[in-house]
Design a protein around this ligand. Sequence first.
Ligand code: PLP
Length: 495
Amino acid sequence: MNRAAAAVRAAVSEAESPYAGSEYDDLAAAFDDFDPVPERGDGLDAAVEWAADAVLANSALVSHPKCVAHLQCPPLVSGLVAEALLTAVNQSMDSWDQSPAATVLEEAMIEELCALFGYDTTDDDTSAGGDAVAGDDATADGVFTSGGTQSNFLGLLLARDRYVHEAWGRRAQTEGLPPEADSLRILCSEVGHFTAEQAAAHLGLGENAVVPVSTDDEFRVDPGALSATLDGLEADGKRPFALVGTAGTTDFGSIDPLDALADCADEHDLWFHVDAAFGGALALSDRHRDKLAGIERADSLAVDFHKLFYQPISCGAFLLRDGANYRYIARNEAYLNPERDDKAGVPNLVSKSVQTTRRFDALKPLVTFRALGREGVAELVEYTLDLADEVAARIAADPAFELVTEPTLNAVVFRYVPFRDHPTLDDGAWSDRVNRQVRRTLLHRGRGVVARTEVDGRVHLKFTLLNPNTTPADVDDLLVNVKQYGAAAESEAVE
Ligand SMILES: *Cc1c(COP(=O)(O)O)cnc(C)c1O
């Protein structure tokens, strides 16, 4: 462990560039004659040395200030420490007897998270309710997950099964879907995450069951368009049953108007799921929490800790406003979670998850909050949002660039604008080609790891400024490189 830690320290803190620049083929060739399962071992020291050499030198170094591509965070040391502890004891969260303290601590963390998002966590109906939605006696619940993909799936699974039960008196868990399920529909922002469609496919509804809703010019669901879409579906005999709101779209960080979406969900009796995988961390910040207003009205929530909470992958949570909805996936297995345990009040968390064997990932935020406090983590988040605003202002002021929209979180999407024409390509195709080339050159020269996305079919560059160690000067360097490589790509093609 000490050797591994020393190797990481050397590779990460002394790295000059966020990526060594190798192409896929170079790495594939480098490992060509490598034997993954040798007959005899060389001992642990040699294996550690091998692993450090093989992995670290050619990793995307997320802790480098110029690694700004994806929602892939530099992990906090507190999270790494927790990772070492939780894997050393290898607790499994499926049954209490495999994870005694871990079960209790995960439950405590889930309860705190529910409260953070304004859910009612008291299990009696006489409570004052605090910020929670009044007039119902729901007690919130939830579970740690592998991330947003699984949390979104779980939300839509419960939504589907509740609808199937209420509309057709049928238990999807045992009887499957009725033929009428062809008409089920899920509504989601046109710039929402693809996992809504993926979940629909896995749920036997097909990806086409997800109806995209148009957004305004800041990439937030337009409530008017949502109502019109719902009216159209209902007139057409379709059965919308779930609405997915996004609190932090992956590309733009935009946050849907959650209160307006909750109103619409109430009116049309839809399950309201909020995908807060990216933006959920705003709940920690006194300055930014109000951007999530309405999130407490969601029936279920996805939040990721391996993004803006700076935890090692994987670490996410699924939160459920009314824990009673877990009944749709309830099952008892004699060897894991016999009914006898339920009656005796012994929790076996397998009944809240789609996983069986499951990591004690909750320890990572637990250790982190103990070390830094809520305020300490909030400061990291706030810094990156301020940085994104500053970077966006610089991009907007520079005629070499076109900024797509003001950032809501810390993603900044823009493109380099070519200053000359191409002899044959139209402006759009030409700009696509130059921007693609810029990203590749940044990566292969080891200058910066930057993402690419499409906006209205056009290639754009994206900085996801998750790293609290990235400074405005680092981003200025990147922008200088973007211009330089953009100009070079233009001359190369035109001259
Ligand atoms: C990252 C992300 C997901 C997918 O979550 P994983 O943690 O990668 O499984 C879903 N939705 C949004 C908005 C995301 O940013």
